[in-house]
Design a protein around this ligand. Structure first.
Ligand code: ZN
Ligand code: ZN
Length: 261
């Protein structure tokens, strides 16, 4: 069994071809996927899919980039997170690549969601791009992470250095690798993937974006998570089955998901 710990099945091309994409997941033994919400406007679509589809769970949160969307409050996020199929808060974080110079509203939006996660006890899905230092600092300031009695989560689509991975691991975070791990230029990232403890590893597609090397040029989809599993297995010197099994167990543990749900 393979698990895609981060995808956007309810968005763009994947939403249009949802049945076909779900079928290809089943054919490839990708039995679970986390459908990640990026704004409160698209949350109903993610939830609807999670409710009707076995093996699909959803998150609630607001991505650091969108502007002109409903701004989250702690109360609103907590209320929406009560739904049983909503297993995490996010994706949230900081992105100084798309939004520059850095903006206070982006940091405030992030802080609100860390607070909501701490109160409702559901883990965070963290997005960080060109902003590792501030991301770690704000997580620490807000008491995110199991070591402070709060809730940790996952650093999704990890593409940072070892020091950032260590800081996140110290707070109790899991590290999720995407198709970026399969790109020829990702030598340093593959080293980081060799370092992360086995019980903190996750794999994802972040589809419809970041298609793994083997399928470049096509729209990414959850079935391609197998390519990430293969690369992780190669880095760790283990079988693909073992990499799949470990990342599946980690997924169920982090998000408190019943494998049969
Ligand atoms: Zn992201
Ligand atoms: Zn994403």
């Amino acid at each position: 069994m393979y698990i895609d710990s981060h995808c956007h099945l309810h968005l763009r091309d994947l939403a249009k071809r949802q049945d076909e994409v779900l079928e290809r997941m089943a054919d490839n033994q990708v039995d679970h996927a986390l459908c990640v919400c990026i704004s409160l406007e698209d949350f109903p679509d993610a939830l609807k899919l999670a409710r009707r589809q076995k093996g699909i769970h959803a998150t609630v949160g607001v991505h650091p980039n969108p502007q002109g969307v409903e701004e989250p409050t702690v109360e609103r996020i907590i209320a929406l997170a009560q739904e049983p199929k909503v297993v995490a808060i996010g994706e949230t974080g900081l992105d100084y690549y798309r939004v520059k110079p850095k903006q206070k509203w982006q940091m405030d939006r992030f802080r609100v969601q860390i607070r909501a996660s701490r109160i409702c006890g559901k883990p965070l899905v963290i997005h960080t791009r060109d902003a590792a230092e501030d991301t770690i600092r704000i997580l620490q300031e807000e008491g995110a992470g199991i070591n402070k009695g709060g809730c940790a989560g996952v650093m999704h689509c990890f593409n940072e250095d070892l020091a950032t991975a260590r800081a996140a691991l110290d707070m109790g975070f899991y590290i999720s690798f995407s198709g970026i791990l399969t790109y020829p230029a990702s030598k340093e990232l593959r080293k980081v993937a060799g370092y992360v403890p086995l019980d903190r590893l996750l794999i994802e597609t972040d589809s419809p974006w970041l298609t793994p090397q083997a399928y470049r040029g096509k729209t990414n989809e959850p079935a391609y998570v197998i390519e990430v599993a293969k690369q992780l297995a190669a880095v760790r010197g283990m079988s693909v089955d073992k990499a799949a099994e470990i990342t599946a167990q980690n997924y169920f543990r982090l998000f408190g998901i019943d494998p049969a749900a």
